[in-house]
Design a protein around this ligand. Structure first.
Ligand code: RIB
Ligand code: CA
Length: 302
């Protein structure tokens, strides 16, 4: 059983990651336990991603508290929200009325990350599926956390081709300085870049089948209809953030290379990840069996 903090910018594929987490915390597969959800800007501003996290908590019946995190990157202004991908409300323009929302927990996300990790040394894995600002703030405020986590798993990076520029992936590009600090810190990092996630597609046909298979499948179908339009050429949508969680539960679905990773923090390659000369070794999930991963996702949530 892995104890997790999910650092997230919900986000349609972030919502699918929470749906997957909920299933992996049930009696049938008690392998992931969610301790807290921490939010960050990214797919929308942080007010919106925090509201979305609180809405998903209520909608999915999760008990983990939500803590609001960074509104801006460490050193540069926040970029525009990708409304063409995640909708005006960040959750595929799903109707968010109905569920009464509890307030976010008190304290900033990075402070709660520090408290939780210090309280359970070497037990907690941080799974980061948004920009890495909260993790960098936690490291700056408490460098000891690097030695106290069980691991850090990140959806982010691109070695071949980016998705927001030809070179860079969104989560890294949204705060490259934070990513550089996080990848240079002495903690055990697993990186799940676009090179692996782009093959992990929930096809429209399979989403249609899921919609007939109960509440969770209907939710996965409904929330991905707008998001799938952004991936029209794939006839489906990419399970980026789900792949980060599956790299914990089904590591055999990935090919992994272990090497230092650098992040470009200036120039036209801003946010690009590349193999580094020195620094801590990072486990990079360089390729995935995307068909098996997508099947595993469907079978888990259905
Ligand atoms: O590049 C894909 C990543 O950017 C995913 O985490 C998605 O949710 C967006 O944040
Ligand atoms: Ca995300």
């Amino acid at each position: 059983m892995s104890l997790l903090i999910l650092d997230t910018d919900p986000g349609v594929d972030d919502a699918l990651a929470l749906l997957y987490l909920r299933a992996r915390n049930q009696q049938k597969w008690p392998d992931l336990k969610l301790l807290a959800i921490t939010t960050v800007f990214g797919n929308a501003d942080v007010e919106t991603t925090t509201r979305n996290a609180l809405w998903l908590r209520a909608r999915l019946g999760l008990s983990a508290p939500v803590y609001r995190g960074a509104a801006e990157p460490l050193t540069r202004p926040r970029g525009l929200s990708p409304k063409h991908v995640h909708g005006e409300n960040g959750l595929g323009d799903l109707d968010l009325s109905g569920a009464p929302l509890s307030p976010a927990g008190s304290g900033a996300a990075h402070e709660r990350i520090i408290d939780l990790v210090r309280a359970r040394p070497r037990e907690i894995t941080i799974v980061a599926i948004g920009p890495l600002t909260n993790l960098a703030l936690a490291l700056r405020a408490a460098p000891d956390v690097a030695g106290l986590v069980a691991g850090v798993t990140i959806m982010g990076g691109a070695f071949a081709a980016g998705n927001v520029t030809p070179f860079a992936e969104a989560n890294i590009h949204n705060d490259p300085e934070a990513a550089a600090e996080v990848l240079a810190a002495p903690w055990p990092v697993t990186l799940v870049p676009l090179d692996a996630t782009m093959s992990c597609v929930l096809t429209n046909a399979k989403a249609g089948e899921l919609a007939q298979q109960g509440e969770a499948g209907r939710f996965a179908h409904d929330i991905t209809r707008g998001y799938a339009k952004a991936y029209e050429r794939l006839d489906g949508c990419v399970l980026h953030d789900v792949a980060a969680l599956v790299s914990l539960t089904r590591p055999e679905l990935f090919e992994t290379r272990v090497a230092p990773v650098s992040v470009a923090t200036s120039g036209e390659r801003l946010g690009q990840t590349a193999w580094g000369e020195d620094g801590p070794a990072v486990s990079v999930r360089l390729r995935a069996d995307g068909a098996a991963l997508a099947r595993h996702f469907r079978e888990t949530v259905a």
